[in-house]
Write a protein that binds this ligand. Structure first.
Ligand SMILES: Nc1ncnc2c1ncn2[C@@H]1O[C@H](COP(=O)(O)OP(=O)(O)O)[C@@H](O)[C@H]1O
Ligand SMILES: Nc1ccn([C@@H]2O[C@H](COP(=O)(O)OP(=O)(O)O)[C@@H](O)[C@H]2O)c(=O)n1
Length: 230
């Protein structure tokens, strides 16, 4: 069967990467978490003096962006890819609230997006890829054969992220997470470059009332329909 490209976009913390990873593993495709790439650039910026409070030294980041190398390697213990920043595993460090609170302004910078989109398109050259993010169906792979746009209520999304952080033993406040989810949605939807929006040809999935298993089944059905006619 011919390999296709699958783009999964949508709002923060609604389950995009969970369904994308499951599908990729099942059908033997590559999975790329594009949000992890923006999070890695944000971590780099925090650790390299690019932030002064919430102010970003954009000129410094512009000079350094080409030296920020992001890659993914399978973690045999979890069976999932870990994110590497310049060769160092940063999977846990990119998931903190500090990174979450700074990632959307970094992602709004045009030169950051140009670099990340180029890296993402190179990763998907051979097809057989599932990528999730905010602009995959609109900008990174506008020709993707299967496009999904996922949403759920902000409260449900915040609860899911809260449960996840708690399960990992991280300090978390539900109110702070809800505020962050809403703030990121707003910035992501209103930025000038590649704002978060549903591609016209994307299928809409509201998974507020779906379990992980139900949404996985739904995605498989869509995959089988589309890949069957390629
Ligand atoms: N349908 C669902 N019901 C309950 N929890 C879910 C569902 N889908 C995903 N989750 C959980 O919600 C959290 C956020 O999911 P994730 O896939 O990381 O979202 P996203 O990639 O959209 O930010 C994870 O802890 C995941 O296990
Ligand atoms: N393709 C993408 C993916 C993420 N992002 C940015 O990166 C942030 C983190 O993405 P993420 O997918 O890790 O977000 P979560 O919903 O998983 O928390 C988003 O809020 C966006 O600001 C983006 O701009 N474009």
């Amino acid at each position: 069967m011919k390999k296709i490209t699958i783009a999964i976009d949508g709002f923060s913390s609604c389950g995009k990467s969970t369904m994308a990873k499951d599908l990729a593993r099942e059908v033997g495709y590559i999975y790329i978490d594009s949000g992890a790439m923006y999070r890695a650039v944000t971590l780099y910026s925090i650790e390299n003096g690019i932030f002064d409070g919430n102010d970003i030294d954009t000129e410094k980041l512009r000079k350094e962006i080409r030296n920020i190398r992001i890659s993914f390697r399978l973690n045999p213990a979890t069976g999932r890819p870990d994110t590497y920043l310049n060769g160092v595993n940063v999977e846990n460090r990119i998931r903190t609230m500090e990174v979450s609170s700074k990632v959307s302004p970094i992602s709004a910078l045009d030169f950051v997006r140009t670099e990340m989109v180029a890296q993402q398109q190179a990763m998907g050259k051979e097809k057989g890829i599932v990528m999730d993010g905010r602009d995959i169906g609109t900008t990174v792979f506008p020709e993707a054969e299967l496009k999904i746009f996922v949403t759920a209520t902000p409260e449900i999304r915040a609860q899911r992220r809260y449960d996840e952080l708690k399960a990992k033993g991280q300090e978390a406040s539900f109110d702070e997470i809800l505020e962050n989810v809403k703030q990121r949605d707003y910035i992501d939807q209103h930025r000038d470059v590649s704002p978060l929006r549903k591609a016209e040809d994307a299928l809409l999935l509201d998974n507020t009332n779906l379990t992980i298993e139900q949404q996985k089944e739904w995605l498989f059905e869509q995959f089988n329909k589309v890949s069957g006619i390629q």
